[in-house]
Design a protein around this ligand. Structure first.
Ligand code: ADP
Ligand code: MG
Length: 494
C-alpha cells in the first residue's frame, strides 16, 4: 500500500466546473408553458418546447434579469449584446434536434467565486455564464421493455456557470458548489435543490505530475446532482487517471457518467469537439440587449450575499466566524435566525440554540442533508425559539429546563414555551433557601468529588454544579447556584 500512496502523492489534480442552475421562473425560457418540477409527465409542454413546424421562440425577460443578477453578484462583465446559438445533436429527449444555448457571445464574461479552504480564502476564476434551455427527460423503467419521454423539462431556463481550471482538490470543488448554491438561493433565482436536479455540475478532471506547468488531458464527468457525489467522482477520476498514466497509457479525452451506487464512473463517449455541434446563431431569436441602466439597477437592488451576511453577523452581532458560517450557509436558515433575532435580541443565545438544538433535529430529519440545513422541516417557529431564549435570559427558567421545554415543543409546536413551563411547574422559584439546600446536599453527598476539587481538579466543578441543579430540579437561578457552590467549595472544610 505504501508504494501506491506515494504514486498518488506525486500527482496533482486539476479541476474545472460547469454548473447548471435551473431558474425559478413561472414559465419556460422561450415558451409560455409552466416551469415546475414534479407535475405529471408531459403536463407542462408547449408547441415551442417540441419545436413543431412554424412556431417561434420568444425569450423570457425574467431569465435575462436573473442572468444579470447572478453576473453582477459574481463580478462578471455583462455583455451589451449577447446571442443565442443552436447546438445540434441527436437525443430522444431533444425533440428539436438542437438545444438553444449561447456560444461565442454569452451574456456574462469573467468574474470570480471565493471559497474557504484550510489555507484561507481562495478566489476561483469564472470563465463565463451563459443562458440555455434544458432538455426533456428519458425515463427507463427497470426491467421494462420500453422507455418513456417526459418533455416537461424541455425548455426549462438554465444558467451555466463555467469556471477556470482553478481547483486543486475535490474539497475545493465541493466548496465551490456549496458557495454557488448559497449564492443562487440568496439571489432567489434557483431553489438550490440538488436532489431534484435544480443545481447540477459537470466536472472536468485532469492530472499532472507535481511541479509541471502543462495541464494534462481532461475528462468530463456529467450530471452530478449531489456535492458528495461530486467529491467521490473527482477522487475516483484522479486515481483512475494516475493509474492509467503509471501503467504507461495515456488519458483519452472523454465524457464519463457517474454511477452513485457502484461509486465509479464509466466512459460514455469520446468527447465531442465544438465543431461537432455545428453551432450557428439562432435565426429565430434577436440578440439580447442589456443596457448600462439595467446593470446598474440590478447591482443596486441585489440582495445581501452569503459572504456579506457572514461578515455582518461577525462584525455587528459579534458571532464567532464558525457560528456565522453555519448560519449563513443556507438562506432559509439565515432567515430563520434573523426572524428569531428580531423577536428577542440576543444573537449569541439564539445562535447557540439554533445551531446546537434546532439543527440537530432538522439535519437528522430534514430531507435535504446536502448543503441545506433542512430548516424548512422545523416545526418550531423562530419566534418560539426566541421566546424560549427570552425565558432563560429573564431567568424565568434555567437553561437545563430550557432543554426540556425544547423537547416538549417538538411534540407540541402549537404551544408557547411559557404555557409549557407553567403547565409543568418549571419556573425558577427556588430562592436562596432552595439553592442553599441543594448546595449543602451536594457538599455532604459527594465528598470524594469535593475533596478532588479542593485538591486542584477544577474539572470536577461542572459535575458538582450539575448535581446542584439536579437536586434543585433545575428550578433555581443557575448563576446564583454557581456562586453559592463556589463559595461552599472554597470555604475551609470544617
Ligand atoms: P467544453 O465546452 O468543451 O466542455 P471548455 O473549454 O469550455 O470546454 O472547458 C470546460 C471546462 O473544462 C472548464 O470548466 C475548464 O475549466 C475545464 N478545463 C479545461 N481544461 C482543463 C484541464 N486540462 N483539466 C481540468 N479541467 C479543465
Ligand atoms: Mg462542457
Amino acid at each position: 500500500m505504501s508504494t501506491s500512496v506515494s504514486v498518488f502523492d506525486s500527482y496533482e489534480v486539476v479541476i474545472g466546473l460547469e454548473c447548471h442552475v435551473q431558474l425559478l421562473t413561472q414559465t419556460k425560457l422561450f415558451s409560455p408553458a409552466r416551469n415546475h418540477f414534479g407535475d405529471q409527465p408531459n403536463m407542462n409542454v408547449d408547441v415551442v418546447d417540441l419545436g413543431l413546424p412554424g412556431v417561434l421562440p420568444v425569450v423570457n425577460k425574467r431569465v435575462i434579469d436573473f442572468a444579470i443578477r447572478l453576473g453582477v453578484s459574481l463580478g462578471c462583465s455583462i455583455r451589451e449584446k449577447s446571442t443565442f446559438a443552436r447546438k445540434h445533436y441527436f437525443y430522444p429527449d431533444l425533440p428539436k434536434g438542437y438545444q438553444i444555448s449561447q456560444y461565442d457571445e454569452p451574456i456574462c464574461d469573467g468574474g470570480s467565486l471565493t471559497i474557504p479552504t484550510s489555507a484561507g480564502d481562495k478566489v476561483i476564476g469564472i470563465t463565463r455564464i451563459h443562458i440555455e434551455e434544458d432538455a426533456g427527460k428519458s425515463i427507463h423503467v427497470e426491467g421494462g421493455a420500453s422507455s418513456f419521454l417526459d418533455f416537461s423539462r424541455a425548455g426549462t431556463p438554465l444558467l451555466e456557470i463555467v469556471t477556470e481550471p482553478d481547483f486543486r482538490s475535490a474539497q475545493e470543488a465541493m466548496e465551490a458548489v456549496k458557495a454557488l448554491r448559497a449564492i443562487v438561493t440568496y439571489l432567489e433565482i434557483c431553489d438550490g435543490n440538488m436532489q431534484e436536479g435544480s443545481l447540477r455540475a459537470d466536472v472536468n478532471v485532469s492530472v499532472r505530475k507535481r511541479g509541471e506547468d502543462k495541464f494534462g488531458t481532461r475528462t468530463e464527468t456529467k450530471n452530478l446532482n449531489s456535492i458528495r457525489f461530486l467529491g467521490q467522482a473527482i477522487e475516483f477520476e484522479f486515481r483512475r487517471q494516475v493509474l492509467e498514466l503509471e501503467s504507461g497509457k495515456s488519458i483519452r479525452q472523454e465524457t464519463r457518467l457517474w454511477d452513485s451506487n457502484k461509486k465509479e464512473s464509466r466512459s460514455l463517449r469520446s468527447k465531442e469537439e465544438a465543431h461537432d455541434y455545428r453551432y450557428f446563431p439562432d435565426p429565430d431569436l434577436l440578440p439580447v440587449v442589456v443596457t448600462h441602466a439595467e446593470v446598474r439597477e440590478s447591482r443596486a437592488n441585489r440582495p445581501e450575499l452569503p459572504q456579506e451576511k457572514l461578515h455582518r453577523f461577525c462584525n455587528d452581532l459579534a458571532l464567532t466566524p464558525y457560528d456565522a458560517a453555519v448560519l449563513t450557509s443556507d438562506k432559509a436558515l439565515a432567515d430563520y435566525f434573523e426572524r428569531a433575532l428580531s423577536t428577542h435580541h440576543n444573537a449569541k443565545g439564539i445562535a447557540n440554540w439554533v445551531i446546537n438544538d434546532v439543527l440537530r433535529i432538522t439535519k437528522s430529519t430534514g430531507e435535504d442533508s446536502e448543503g441545506g440545513s433542512g430548516i424548512e422541516s422545523c416545526v418550531i417557529s423562530p419566534e418560539t425559539i426566541a421566546e424560549l431564549v427570552r425565558l432563560i435570559d429573564d431567568k424565568v427558567i434555567s437553561g437545563k429546563i430550557g432543554k426540556l421545554v425544547f423537547e416538549q415543543l417538538l411534540v407540541h409546536p402549537e404551544q408557547t414555551p411559557l404555557e409549557i413551563v407553567e403547565r409543568n411547574g418549571w419556573k425558577i422559584e427556588g430562592g436562596d433557601e432552595a439553592i442553599g439546600a441543594a448546595v449543602s446536599y451536594v457538599m455532604q453527598n459527594f465528598g470524594p468529588e469535593v475533596t478532588k476539587f479542593r485538591a486542584g481538579k477544577d474539572q470536577v466543578f461542572g459535575f458538582l454544579m450539575g448535581q446542584v441543579m439536579k437536586h434543585a430540579k433545575g428550578k433555581v437561578d443557575p448563576e446564583k447556584a454557581r456562586d453559592a457552590l463556589k463559595n461552599a467549595l472554597t470555604q475551609l472544610p470544617q
